[in-house]
Design a protein around this ligand. Structure first.
Ligand code: PMP
Length: 397
């Protein structure tokens, strides 16, 4: 039966990690997948996570199933993080949250909800966007459309083109927005642009879907929610897919959340009952551990403050690497202007390197970068910076 099956293509990002692992060269550098590395090149468990795990080990009394949406404590903690502790949407019970297996699981819940409950609408994603967005929405049978986002000449946002493209969307269409730290460009709208986008989305009757995978990696945990909070004030219905893989370093625990905001508490509860039905037939109910860790940290004042500091440490280190990268390329004699890298947010930037240069970097220097030229700045360290920039200087000649 299986002899007729053709092999699936390797995932463009996770496939690269497999190739990296198989590379025997000691000096190899992985700037492919978005995983935070510290100065020693490790991805350690956060100290606050270890402390929360100690609390859980001491107090956990059962491994019985969770409810389909996970625990109410987790849902509330997620909502406070997104909308602010005193947000009216929370007090008015217009927000409903389901714990989901990672940000990807949350996006898949969103996709199924859109397809089953909102019908044949289009989902608009930025060009470019995280590679898996297309796959997740297509898997739910949704049509994906692209809006302009990036200007390769200026290495900046093409905001006018973005607005113009969204003007062509139909009422009811969904617009996917990256909450902060746009993946792959690292370029986010400023407050004025968020306002304009929210006004357009409201005027045209579009449904905003925020993908929020890097809260805390741009300016700060609260600051990074500015765009979402602007939207929450002007749009009475919206969806959010959260991931805690990066900001809690809980990658393999698969912790995410799908949050739905409705026009009223009653409408939100009814719509959310459909989300529960969807989760039931995909994974039934979520895994407990990672979400319990997040809940312990967010609900304990001291742990929460310590966690914010840990997120700040990651953010500051990445920013330092952005600056060092630009300076080291200059030292290596590269005259192309890479200063845009310093102005961008989060783990990623678009380097502007071509497919051929990316390939040459891998073959000759053991430097692994995604084919699009997206680099994970979080994979740079003081010790790999020299060899990395030497390699880039060589392929740019
Ligand atoms: N959205 C974006 C923009 C991402 O970069 C990622 C992670 N790379 C995700 C969602 C998925 O996160 P998770 O690993 O929690 O599924």
């Amino acid at each position: 039966m299986f002899e007729k099956i053709a092999a699936a293509p390797a995932d463009p990002i996770l496939g690269l990690t497999e190739e990296f692992k198989a590379d025997a060269r000691a000096e190899k550098i992985n700037l492919g997948v978005g995983i935070y590395k510290d100065e020693s090149g490790n991805t350690p468990v956060l100290a606050t996570v270890k402390k929360a795990e100690a609390v859980l080990l001491e107090n956990e009394t059962t491994k019985s199933y969770l409810a389909i949406p996970g625990t109410p404590e987790y849902g509330l903690a997620v909502q406070k993080l997104l909308f602010g502790a005193d947000a009216p949407v929370i007090a008015d019970k217009r927000a409903q949250t389901a714990q989901a297996p990672g940000g990807t699981g949350a996006l898949r819940l969103a996709a199924e909800f859109i397809k089953r409950q909102l019908g044949d609408v289009k989902v608009w994603v930025s060009n470019p966007t995280w590679a898996n967005h297309n796959g997740v929405f297509a898997a739910a049978g949704l049509e994906v459309a692209q809006y302009s986002y990036y200007n390769a000449e200026t290495k900046d946002m093409d905001f006018d083109a973005m607005l113009a493209d969204l003007q062509t969307a139909n009422a009811g269409d969904v617009v996917l927005l990256h909450g902060c730290c746009h993946n792959p460009t690292g370029i986010d709208p400023d407050a004025g642009q968020w306002q304009q986008l929210a006004a357009l989305v409201k005027e045209k009757g579009l449904l905003p879907l925020f993908d929020f995978a890097y809260q805390g990696f741009a300016k700060g945990v609260e600051e990074d929610a500015a765009g979402l909070r602007i939207f929450t004030e002007s749009c009475s219905e919206l969806l959010v897919a959260s991931s805690f893989s990066k900001n809690f370093g809980l990658y393999n625990e698969r912790v995410g959340a799908f949050t739905l905001v409705g026009h009223s508490a009653e409408q939100a509860a009814t719509a959310f009952s459909q989300v529960k039905s969807i989760a039931r037939v995909i994974y039934s109910n979520p895994p407990a551990h990672g979400a319990a860790v997040v809940t312990v940290i967010l609900n304990d004042e001291a742990l929460r403050a310590e966690w914010e500091q840990e997120v700040a440490d990651m953010r500051v280190r990445i920013q330092a690497m952005r600056e060092l990268f630009v300076a080291t390329l200059k030292e290596e004699g590269v005259d192309r202007d890479f200063s845009f890298i310093e102005r961008q947010n989060g783990m990623f930037s678009f380097s502007g390197l071509t497919k051929e240069q990316v390939n040459q970097l891998k073959e000759e220097f053991g430097v692994y970068i995604v084919g699009s030229g997206r680099i994970s700045v979080a994979g740079m360290t003081r010790s790999n910076m020299g060899p990395l920039c030497k390699g880039i200087a060589a392929v740019l000649k």
